[in-house]
Design a protein around this ligand. Structure first.
Ligand code: GDG
Length: 485
């Protein structure tokens, strides 16, 4: 049986089905920061990744009905083993679209959209979390480290602890943890908090998340809390603590830097500019098409600037890449409609034949193309209403090996804590945002360079490998201390 001394548990496996040139569908490595981050920590370890493969088990994994190949047992380079947790269509509807993305996602993002609480959804959440915990219990070697990821799996730490008390368990939340007054809405608030404190270490993106979580733990649990440590009940021998900390995630700097400096990328960036008619200023947005990302507010601000003549439509172009996301959830259909209405109105009113004011691309792009766009963009617009971290802002910075470009960044992202040299904006304040966009678009080369150098130095020294090392080192030292208590 496959077993590891480092077990990653995440909603998705790091693979995806792709149509190859020979017409066959094959599994390939899914690109993504988390995958590269964790790979940098894996070389010396026997690692296992547990997750869902992305297609419901009652439709898909069977080759005869769909033509899909079976999920591979490991990555092609043998870096780690893959264990699939199958989800049915009902699980996807209630656990994933339902409780995870219609209750937790909006609630944890300050209820920007109204969270929907259905008991049938939570039942599925509990059931699926138990299946993930059981898979981790089965595939972890004695005393192994298990690292559980994100809001879809908050019950896993306590469930796994009960099945396998010998394990060292860490949990990291990629999205914000909300203020206690919001969290208290949840009908299953105590169960979720208890689920999380099953871990030895619970990590958040920012100190705000840590403080909110500790406040909820104080209100909901009767256990003593000292500083960042919750003392759980138990006899002297098996008494343990759950430690809480902030660990801001980041990007794979060496990989992005390599792509950004390549001749092909530099040439592609120049080609993009030429194809747009060599405008004076290119503005760029890159986001999943999600209502938390503030795509609509940024497009409205930009349109007003064009209408008022503060930006010249003949000299300015905005590219918005909006990657399709969670399309079966109603709120996502609504934000898509809102964005597309603004794009078509602005282009209808202010664009010219062959020269639209907004280039809107609702398609997933290869990373190489994204990096070329980052290099071509004079101004990067990152304006979420709330975001745990926001990797796009850090990718932009990592791509600018020419020390040029201007980042406009929402204060409500985790990244804003680290990237203070950006033009910081409040996305609820349209006038303030318009002023910041104009300031970034008209800043002189000396100011752009000064700010970009400061941003680059921060991200270079705190890349994703740093994040992985810090989290795993903290987890090891906490559990070593427990042993000594
Ligand atoms: C969650 C939290 C936190 C986007 N479009 C394409 C593409 N992307 C890539 C970006 C970036 C990633 O997706 C998006 O990451 P973000 O951090 O910006 O946002 P979420 O997806 O909401 O991520 C967030 C993150 O988890 C990590 O902890 O920072 O706060 O919400 O890497 O480049 N990649 C490619 N084509 C696209 O079209 N290849």
């Amino acid at each position: 049986m496959t077993a590891g001394d480092l077990v990653i548990v995440a909603n998705r496996l790091p693979i995806e089905l792709a149509d190859e040139v020979d017409g066959c569908r094959r599994w390939r490595r899914a690109p993504g920061g988390l995958v590269s981050a964790l790979e940098s920590a894996l070389p010396d370890r026997k690692a296992v990744w547990i997750g869902w493969a992305g297609t419901p088990s009652d439709v898909a994994s069977d080759t005869s009905s769909t033509g899909n190949p079976p999920v591979p047992a490991g990555t092609t380079d043998g870096a780690y083993a893959l264990i699939e947790v199958p989800l049915t269509r009902a699980d996807v509807e209630h656990f994933y679209d339902g409780f995870s993305n219609s209750a937790l996602w909006p609630l944890y993002h300050d209820a920007i959209a109204t969270p929907v609480y259905h008991r049938i959804d939570f039942d599925a959440y509990r059931r699926v979390n138990r299946a993930f915990a059981a898979a981790a219990a089965e595939h972890a070697l004695p005393g192994a480290t298990v690292w559980v990821h994100d809001y879809q799996l908050q019950l896993v730490p306590a469930m796994l602890r009960e099945m396998r008390p010998d394990l060292r368990i860490g949990f990291f939340l990629h999205i914000p943890f909300p203020a206690a007054d919001l969290f208290m809405q949840l009908p299953w608030r105590r169960e979720l908090i208890t689920g999380l404190v099953g871990a030895d270490l619970v990590g958040f993106q920012t100190s705000g998340g840590v403080n909110n979580f500790l406040e909820c733990a104080r209100r909901l649990l009767a256990w003593p809390i000292h500083d960042d440590r919750i003392r759980l009940p138990g006899t002297n021998n098996d008494r343990r603590s759950c430690v809480v900390g902030s660990f801001g995630i980041s990007v794979d700097w060496p990989r992005i830097d390599r792509i950004a400096r390549s001749e092909a990328t530099v040439a592609r960036a120049a080609q993009v500019r030429a194809e747009l008619g060599n405008p004076h200023r290119i503005l760029l947005g890159v986001d999943r098409l999600d209502y938390t990302k503030g795509i609509d507010v940024r497009l409205r601000a930009y349109t007003e600037l064009l209408r008022e003549g503060r930006l010249d439509p003949a000299q300015t172009v905005l590219i918005q890449v909006a990657t399709p996301s969670r399309e079966s959830v109603d709120e996502y259909q609504r934000i898509r409609d809102d964005v597309e209405l603004i794009v078509s109105r602005t282009n209808g009113d202010l664009g010219q034949i062959g020269a639209p004011a907004i280039h809107y691309v609702r398609q997933t792009q290869p990373l190489t193309e994204l990096v070329a766009l980052y290099r071509a963009a004079d101004v990067m617009l990152v304006t979420p209403l709330r975001d745990g971290m926001n990797l796009v802002s850090k990718e932009y910075v990592a791509s600018r090996s020419d020390d040029d470009g201007a980042l406009v960044l929402s204060e409500f992202t985790g990244a804003a804590r680290e990237l203070a040299a950006a033009w910081l904006v409040n996305p609820h304040d349209t006038d303030g945002m318009k002023d910041a966009i104009v300031a970034a678009a008209t800043a002189g080369p000396v100011e752009r360079k000064r700010r970009m150098r400061a941003l680059r130095s921060r991200v270079r020294n705190h890349d994703v490998e740093h994040w992985t090392r810090e989290f795993l080192a903290a987890l090891t030292s906490i559990t070593r201390d427990h042993g000594a208590e």
